[in-house]
Design a protein around this ligand. Structure first.
Ligand code: ZN
Length: 162
């Protein structure tokens, strides 16, 4: 912004100098004013270059913000497709609503990532007879989605050290 103001001031100074030149009578006076005018024009060119660079940076920022707004709006729509789900273990995730699922498999979203506006599916990473875990591949959160009674071990005599 300051570059544009300086450029406008430079243009006004150059215009005034041209008006002054028309009133001069000697070559020395003309030469002095031409040198002064040349300096003003060089400064003006620098200010315009700075203003152009600032304009380019501002347009880049505008583009970034437009993309963020588009992502924000897309997420607002996307998050309407999911609802909070509590597993029997008490662990929380987001699950796709039945009416949104269609023929797709059940999808769970990581609640940590969901609140950061990131859509990240939970994937099974551990499934044993007594425990099932889901993991977020984005934030690495692990939740236990299901537990079953552990298989009973045979009881025996515990060896003693003594
Ligand atoms: Zn996550």
């Amino acid at each position: 912004m300051m570059e544009w103001i300086a450029a406008l001031q430079g243009a006004r100074s150059a215009s005034q100098l041209v008006q002054d030149l028309l009133k001069l009578r000697t070559d020395a006076e003309v030469q002095t004013k031409v040198v002064e005018l040349n300096g003003i024009l060089l400064n003006l060119q620098g200010e315009l270059n700075n203003a152009q660079a600032e304009y380019g940076a501002l347009m880049g920022r505008v583009h970034e913000l437009e993309e963020q707004i588009a992502q924000f709006e897309h997420w607002e729509e996307e998050q309407q497709r999911y609802q909070l789900h509590e597993f029997p273990t008490g662990a929380i995730a987001y699950i796709i609503k039945e009416e949104e699922k269609g023929d797709d498999p059940i999808q769970y979203l990581c609640s940590n990532c969901y609140h950061r506006r990131v859509k990240s599916f939970l994937q099974p990473n551990y499934d044993k007879a007594y425990k099932r875990q889901l993991q977020c591949n984005s934030c690495q959160a692990v939740i236990v989605s299901e537990t079953r009674p552990r298989p009973k071990r045979r009881t025996g005599v515990v060896p003693s050290r003594f």
